[in-house]
Structures are given as C-alpha cells and as structure tokens.
Design a protein around this ligand. Structure first.
Ligand code: MEV
Length: 300
C-alpha cells in the first residue's frame, strides 16, 4: 500500500486571467488531501462522500490514465481530505495529484513530479473543459509560485485566513461564464485581464521585498476586478469586508468564485480577530499558512 498527500492552494492574485495566459501568484497551503492506494482485483473508492466510484471523476480519470502507463487490474482507493470540496481551494487538483503520485509509487511507474503535474493538468482540462496548470502545479510542487512561468518566489512570512461560504461552486461553470463575457465584450474584458496580470507582476517584486501592506492593497484591487468579471457573490463580499475591517492587509475571492472561499492576508497579531470577523459574517474561518511541501509520501 502507498499513501501520498498533496496540498490545497490559494490565489494571492490572478485567477481567471491566468486561464488566458496572464501572470498569477498562487501559494500551497497547509491543508492536505491524503490518498492511499492498494492493488486489488477491482477498483473501489472510499471517502467522506461515501463509497462509490461515480462520485470521484478526477480519481477515476487518474486511474484510467495510469492504466495506460502500467498494468494493473484495479486499486482500492481511500481518500481523506482536509480541503473543503468545490470551494476554490484546489481540492480536485490535490486529490488528482495525490492519486497519480500514489499509483506512480505503488507500481514503480517512474514518472517525475513535472510529469505528474502535467498529467494532472491534462485531467483537469479533460473534465473541466478549460483549466490553467496552476492548481495541479502548486499541489505537486508546493510553495509560492508565479504562473505561468512557474518561478518559485520567496515564502510569505504572514498568514492567511480563509473564509468558506459553504456554498459550493463549479469552476467549469464560472470559467465558462467569464469566457462568455469575454466573447461579448472582448476589448473591455481583455483590459480587465491585463490589469489583473499587472497586479501579479507587481506582486512578484513585493513578495521579494516582503511588503505585505502593498500586497494586501493589490489583493483588494484584484477583488474589484474579479467582481467586474461577475464571479462575486454577497456571501463572499460580506466576509471580505469583515476581514478588511478587522485589520487584514487585504482580502479577496480565491479560486473561481461564485461561492467557495475568500482569503485574507493577515499579520499573526490579527489572525484571530480576522477569523472571528469572518465567522460573524457567516463564514467558516480556516487559518492557513504557506507550505513548501508539495506532493509527498506518508507513513501508513
Ligand atoms: C480555479 O482555482 C482558478 C481559475 O483561474 C481556473 C484555472 O486557473 O484553471 C478560475
């Protein structure tokens, strides 16, 4: 039996625009999904969602792809995740990457981490229609990364408070909605993407300098631009304003939006206060830190 785990992620800036090639900065966070794989005559998948292979399209696709690279009849899969599903924290990428990696090790397939990240991305594209390589790359490699160049940036000394609305959202649907807006107003939407890309370019230098108040200010501007793309919702806005009022450097949607999660950048002194404000605004607050650890094997 092999157990692998992979982290979730937050976007400091750049979601949606990154699908069209603009720069974005994402960070792996210390919430993980663990997948255990054991060779078996047939395939079964067990998780908090229950037992049943149809509920886990990413895992099924990962097994199917690995079967093209090595021979096995089936696998017994057990999933245990700290990442809320369909919430913009990269739960699909984490389960895909942990599954690919555990099968890779269990059957000595010999794929490198780069190849696992690439395979994971192609699975997301196949299932979602369109996806940037961000979620799968960060989940594989960990750390703070500038996409699409994949440049590793300095670790952030500050923490995050994630606010989960509990309202699930479909990345595929949200990406589709932005794509329709772009078709209707290509000139306008392209300028919004350019502005989001400019935030990531500035963010790259601000991270090196450790200037968290400027990063926070740019996160707030990024939030305004995400709103203009139509991916906000009242629950997210309530938590974003509450976090800012409680002293966060900045706060915005993370991931596809339309529900899911917001993220606030906070100093250690403010983390508790911001978490409380998010809870009072109706969210479930989760304190998180950047992790350098991407996909990794775990003891049984
Ligand atoms: C989803 O976590 C982030 C989006 O930018 C989609 C993607 O990058 O694939 C909305």
């Amino acid at each position: 039996m092999t157990i692998c785990s992979a982290p979730g992620k937050i976007f400091l800036c750049g979601e949606h625009a990154v699908v069209y090639g603009e720069p974005a900065i994402a960070c792996a966070i210390d919430l993980r999904t663990r997948v255990s794989i054991q060779e078996s005559l047939d395939t079964s998948i067990t998780s908090k969602l229950g037992r049943g292979i149809d509920r886990h399209p990413y895992v099924l696709k990962a097994i199917e792809r690995m079967k093209m690279l090595t021979e096995f009849d089936g696998v017994k899969v057990k999933i245990d995740s700290e990442i809320p599903p369909e919430s913009g924290l990269g739960s699909s990428a984490a389960v895909t990457i942990a599954t690919l990696s555990a099968i890779n090790m269990e059957f000595d397939v010999g794929l490198s981490d780069e190849e696992i990240a690439e395979l994971g991305h192609s699975i997301e594209v196949e299932i979602q229609g369109a996806a940037s390589p961000t979620d799968t790359f960060i989940s594989t490699m960990g750390g703070v990364v500038l996409m699409p160049s994949r440049r590793r940036l300095k670790n952030l000394d500050y923490g995050f408070v994630v606010g989960d609305t509990g309202k699930t959202s479909s990345t595929k649907e949200l990406v589709g909605r932005v794509s329709l807006l772009r078709e209707r107003y290509p000139d306008v939407v392209q300028m919004i993407f350019n502005a989001i890309g400019a935030i990531a370019k500035r963010g790259e230098h601000l991270i090196e300098e450790g200037d968290c108040s400027a990063i926070g200010e740019l996160m707030n501007i990024n939030q305004g631009l995400l709103e203009s793309l139509g991916v906000g919702c009242p629950e997210l806005s309530a938590q974003i304003y509450a976090a800012r009022d409680a002293g966060a450097f900045g706060a915005k949607i993370t991931g596809a939006g339309g529900g899911g999660c917001m993220v606030a950048l906070v100093s250690h002194d403010h983390a508790e206060k911001v978490a409380k404000a998010i809870e009072e605004a109706g969210g479930r607050a989760i304190k998180a830190r950047v992790t350098e650890v991407g996909v990794a094997t775990e003891d049984e």
